[in-house]
Design a protein around this ligand. Structure first.
Ligand SMILES: [Fe+2]
Length: 198
């Protein structure tokens, strides 16, 4: 097995592709966005970017999310296992422009693949979010469409529609530019997201 940093990253991406791919069946726009994103992964020659690894306070909730996934289906356990290998390499950050100190303490994002990320790409962005219990990630929008996979309990909303809980391993599809938000309940929220950028 390739235990180099880039090798571990490739294993994580394969596990993420597997976890989303098995569920991306019915919803055509979701399925197409997923395939577009993963078709654009940098090829094997691309080297790791220069990223300064740093955690934020909300990362303390990762451990309980990992624990909650210890009895999940095997492909999600594989995904957690490979994510744990790459997590020490990640630079975590708060939402751009967020000045709320309580929100900033209670959430953290990291981009694994994307412009200036650990695996540099201008064509696809793949990232992760962790949020403390009882936290709402406020309405936001962005031109690229987006697929989330929930790795914890938690709820998602589009526009002013109802909050929906995809469940552990469930998927959410956000068309480009749609206003969306997410929130945690009693447990931390842990999710990965993928955006085809071109
Ligand atoms: Fe988003």
């Amino acid at each position: 097995m390739d235990t180099s940093a880039i090798g571990q990253l490739r294993v994580f991406l394969a596990d993420l592709r597997n976890a989303i791919g098995v569920k991306a069946t019915g919803d055509i726009p979701l399925k197409e966005a997923f395939h577009r994103a993963f078709a654009k992964l940098p090829d094997e020659e691309v080297a790791l970017g220069n990223v300064r690894a740093a955690r934020l306070p909300a990362c303390e909730h990762l451990e309980s999310c990992y624990g909650n996934l210890s009895t999940a289906e095997p492909r999600l356990r594989d995904l957690v296992k490979s994510f744990k290998q790459i997590e020490p390499m990640l630079a975590w950050y708060n939402r751009t422009g967020s000045t709320s100190s309580s929100f900033n303490e209670n959430h953290a994002n990291s981009i694994v693949v994307g412009p200036g990320a650990l695996l540099p790409s201008d064509e696809v962005q793949i990232g992760v979010t962790i949020m403390a219990p009882q936290t709402t990630y406020p309405d936001h929008r962005h031109p690229p469409e987006e697929v989330y996979i929930a790795l914890s309990r938690g709820q998602w909303r589009q526009d002013n529609g109802p909050w929906k809980e995809p469940g552990v391993g469930g998927l959410i599809y956000n068309p480009g530019n749609i206003v969306h938000a997410m929130r945690s309940g009693q447990e931390p929220l842990f999710a990965f997201w993928c955006l085809p950028l071109s």
